[in-house]
Design a protein around this ligand. Structure first.
Ligand code: AHG
Ligand code: MN
Ligand code: MN
Length: 332
């Protein structure tokens, strides 16, 4: 085998990013690595396992039907994070309130354990999204809501796992973005995408266009702009929408493009959740030379007030997000 760097080696190598760190952060990442391997294995076999396919018969705080795999993934990530003792609390899409873990831990995690659940039963890519902060309350006391309600700019790390044609883990600690592909034969994530950056020019747009007439004039104008014929500007763009944020984001990061989940007349704050969907991918987008906005301001500067709050979301190549912002400010 040629020279390869495993995720485990990379984490140790990069521990220098955290001067004075006692290795707590490395233990946290290795918990995420372990849980993603377990979930990946289940995802690969989902079609064969009746206890993993279909609805769990319950709803989460947002009133959305939980799939069995949503529940399974949530349990696996919580279990792995609890065992490492470095995390004092978790905010999860699948739990109404935050979960209290070890008081001695100095990190908190916000997580969407399984993103794209409508795609589980149809064999289409799904993912996990995570965001990591240092707590603001004192170590040795129980975690508080305030520990989770920090702006995205305070993230110390963020990442996602995509369970696709292969499983990949992509993360940043604010020092570039690196991607690791899972080799199930040896059970190891291998560095395959070093220092990921959006290509200079994007030409993909990703939106659920079923919401076209429910969106504002500015968004409708952008979609018409994307479809306009202007070969010198690479238009019309290509429309691609998977319906798993992780998978749409990952494709746009590699090929160049923009993801839109705007406000609609029925959901004035859009659909996506600030803490465990928008902020982590915003951190990655910015680290990869891109941008993330709610149409008016930088996502990572929004002051959170609720664990499960939503925000309109536009992320991808900087110039494409700029265009959306300018049409929103012009036309609403
Ligand atoms: P989740 O499965 O965690 O609830 O997230 C689903 C999200 C996101 O992944 C996706 O981009 C979006 O919902 C799709 O929404 P629409 O079906 O409205 O397009
Ligand atoms: Mn999601
Ligand atoms: Mn989810």
């Amino acid at each position: 085998m040629e020279n390869v760097t495993t995720l485990g080696e990379f984490i140790i190598e990069r521990q220098q990013d955290f001067p004075g760190s006692s290795g707590e952060f490395s233990r946290l990442l290795s918990a995420i690595r372990l849980a993603s391997k377990i979930v990946s294995q289940k995802v690969n076999k989902a079609g064969l396992l009746s206890y993993i396919v279909g609805s769990a018969g319950s709803e989460n705080i947002q009133g959305e039907a939980q799939q069995k795999l949503d529940v399974y993934a949530n349990i696996q990530f919580i279990k792995a994070l609890r065992q490492r003792k470095v995390v004092c609390g978790i905010a999860s899409e699948e739990n109404d309130e935050h979960i209290t873990l070890n008081e001695s831990g100095s990190y908190i995690v916000a997580i969407d354990p399984l993103d794209g659940s409508s795609n589980i039963d149809v064999n289409v890519s799904i993912g996990t999204i995570f965001s990591i902060y240092k707590r603001v309350s004192p170590v040795g006391t129980p975690v508080t809501d305030a520990d989770f309600l920090q702006k995205g700019t305070e993230q110390v790390a963020a990442g996602y796992v995509i369970y696709g044609s292969s499983t990949m883990l992509v993360y940043t600690t604010g020092n570039g973005v690196n991607g690791f592909t899972y080799d199930p034969g040896i059970g190891v994530f291998i560095l395959s995408h070093r220092n990921m950056q959006f290509p200079a020019n994007g030409k993909i747009y990703s939106m659920n266009e079923g919401n076209f007439f429910r969106s504002s004039k500015g968004i409708q104008e952008y979609i018409k702009f994307a479809q306009g014929i202007e070969p010198n500007e690479n238009r019309p763009y290509t429309g691609r929408y998977i319906g798993s944020l992780v998978a749409d984001f990952h494709r746009n990061l590699i090929k160049g493009g923009v993801y839109l989940y705007p406000a609609t007349d029925q959901s004035p704050n859009g659909k996506l959740r600030l803490l465990y969907e928008c902020n982590p991918l915003a951190f990655i987008a910015e680290q990869a030379g891109g941008k993330a906005s709610d149409g008016r301001q930088r996502i990572m500067e929004i002051e959170p007030t609720d664990l499960h709050q939503r925000a309109p979301y536009f992320t991808g190549n900087t110039a494409m997000v700029d265009k959306i912002e300018s049409l929103i400010s012009e036309k609403g």
